[in-house]
Design a protein around this ligand. Structure first.
Ligand SMILES: NC(=O)C1=CN([C@@H]2O[C@H](COP(=O)(O)OP(=O)(O)OC[C@H]3O[C@@H](n4cnc5c(N)ncnc54)[C@H](OP(=O)(O)O)[C@@H]3O)[C@@H](O)[C@H]2O)C=CC1
Ligand SMILES: O=C(O)[C@H](O)[C@H](O)[C@H](O)CO
Length: 333
């Protein structure tokens, strides 16, 4: 029996995720419905992706009994409301990053998933083949004890309204710095840092443009990352251990190659059948398959990206924003 997906929103990443799903066997994954705020947007999306069921509201999708899991691709400020809508409708959920605007919202989402006994996961980078290999190398001590992790993600996206306008969830940390945090948490296996120091500069809109963060972990291990919505950075990452290192040479948030002690290996993702909005988005197919496997086993969370992982990420995001001075309206509700 195929896993039947409903797509919430007809936006850019929803397009990419749908393309990613179509790279998987049809007998395993089927996109059966799409919902958007405007019916015409959903209809246009459905035509492009040959989706049979079309809804002009998220509520109609929530009422569709033939959906096994909903992919939420709305912008960050609407992750809470849509996660609550679908979990309360007993729907399993894969929600885009960041899971929500702050820790309080994440806790509300996680408790709703638990109360409704449904699966929920935040979109993360852990499932790319290159990320799977990184986890294997680190777990097996191939570079010795990891003592230092460095990462960066900078792209000039000040022209993207949702990346810079506070009411749309703008800010580098929640949009792109989150990948650096995910990477660090992945390498250090979800361990909470002993201390964190952040410094950043903000736009006139009150959201962070560029942030530099240092994290100290137990056993004198360190991590540092920088993110910026104002400039392009090399966007590589390195994991330095006592016996060697692993380097992600480019686009560390959607990795397709690794250099292990200087030896490079490619980990390609499938070619898309339609042009993508974002780099290497077909790599999201691997997370979709993780969802399917979890549902087949009757699990409500993935062991690879657990609810505790999402909670830690939100707590780190909150602390960085506190130190940098970024406050969203959602923080005072
Ligand atoms: N995993 C990844 O690689 C990526 C993840 N993302 C994440 O995905 C999410 C969406 O990003 P992206 O696709 O670029 O966003 P879009 O700007 O394409 O918006 C996505 C959808 O959000 C809804 N929306 C947009 N603006 C508003 C608004 N002002 N009020 C209410 N609803 C609105 C619309 O839904 P509708 O169609 O129903 O009208 C829209 O289609 C973000 O949270 C982002 O962090 C983004 C890029 C890559
Ligand atoms: O998740 C992402 O990859 C980011 O949202 C986008 O890549 C970034 O905002 C550039 O559009």
């Amino acid at each position: 029996m195929a896993t039947r997906w409903g797509i919430c929103s007809a936006g850019r990443i929803s397009h990419d995720f749908t393309v990613a799903l179509k790279t998987l066997p049809h007998e395993d994954h089927q996109v059966v419905a799409v919902a958007a705020r405007k019916l015409e947007d959903a209809q246009e999306f459905a035509t492009k992706h040959s989706i049979s069921r079309v809804y002009g509201s998220y509520e109609e999708l929530a009422r569709d009994p033939d959906i096994d899991v909903v992919y939420i691709g709305v912008i960050h400020p609407y992750h809470l409301s849509t996660c609550l809508l679908f979990t309360n409708a007993k729907k399993n959920v894969l929600c885009e990053k960041p899971l929500a605007m702050n820790t309080k919202e994440v806790k509300e989402i996680l408790s709703s998933a638990k109360r409704n006994d449904v699966f929920l996961m935040e979109v993360r980078m852990e499932f790319f083949p290159a990320s799977v290999e990184i986890r294997r190398l680190v777990d097996q001590g191939e570079v010795g004890e990891v003592k230092m992790v460095r990462s960066e993600f900078g792209v000039p996206i000040s022209h993207v309204p949702r990346s810079v306008q506070k009411e749309l969830g703008g800010g580098a940390i929640l949009d792109i710095g989150i990948y650096c945090l995910q990477f660090i948490c992945m390498v250090f296996n979800g361990e909470k840092p002993e201390s964190i120091q952040a410094m950043g500069v903000c736009l006139e809109t009150g959201v962070d443009e560029t942030v530099v963060v240092t994290l100290k972990f137990s056993r004198n291990r360190m991590a540092v990352f920088s993110c910026s919505s104002g400039v392009k950075l090399p966007n590589d990452a390195i994991i330095a251990g006592t016996k060697g290192n692993i380097r992600i040479p480019d686009h560390m948030w959607c990795p397709t190659s690794l250099e292990v002690n200087g030896k490079e290996t490619q980990y390609p993702v499938p070619e898309p059948y339609l042009p993508l909005n974002f780099l290497n988005s077909t790599g999201m197919r691997y997370e979709a398959e993780e969802v399917r496997q979890c549902l087949l086993k009757g699990l409500n969370e993935s062991a690879v990206v657990s609810h505790a992982d999402s909670l830690l990420l939100a707590e780190l995001e909150d602390e960085i924003r506190r130190q940098v001075g970024v406050v969203y309206s959602q923080d005072s509700k």
